[in-house]
Write a protein of this length. Structure first.
Length: 156
């Protein structure tokens, strides 16, 4: 096995691990009702945050592994998400379906709100909507990510 083949297999395993984390956190958002009180709402909110963080980490990992330039600037979070819905011919397929780009974007917005709106109570309705976005996004994204992993394994 060549070093390039080994790196490709490691990438496939890392992407699988990222996807498992995303799915695990998405499942955790279903354990409690967002309107059951502050501890449960906080658990749902943190699970949403962690799911998006794992998703974004996966996108960054994929970009770096394909030698794409590092992102920076105020809009890099939105840019990486937008471009994940687009294939890069000769390099990689789309990582997410364009149909859930908006759902992932809503989750990015929720994550920003959660991390910066310290003086607000968690809104059960907003948590429920975000949880629904996450469930839809993961259900639609997971098959494409698994196809990417399978493709990586076949090329090595």
């Amino acid at each position: 096995m060549s070093p390039a083949e080994a790196r490709t297999l490691v990438l496939a395993a890392e992407i699988e691990r990222d996807l498992a984390q995303i799915e695990r956190h998405a499942e955790r958002t279903l354990r409690f009702s967002a309107d059951a009180g502050d501890p449960e709402a906080a658990y749902v909110a943190l699970s949403l945050d962690h799911a998006y963080q794992a998703f974004e980490s996966m996108l960054v990992r994929i970009e770096r592994s394909f030698g794409l330039p590092r992102r920076d600037g105020a809009e890099w979070h939105r840019e990486i998400l937008r471009e994940a819905a687009l294939p890069i011919p000769g390099l990689r397929p789309a990582i997410i379906p364009s149909s859930v780009e908006q759902a992932w974007g809503e989750l990015l917005g929720f994550r920003y709100f959660l991390r910066h709106a310290y003086s607000y109570d968690l809104d059960a309705r907003r948590l429920t909507v975000s949880r629904d976005h996450l469930q839809d996004a993961v259900a639609s994204t997971a098959p494409l990510v698994r196809q990417l992993v399978a493709s990586l394994r076949q090329t090595s």
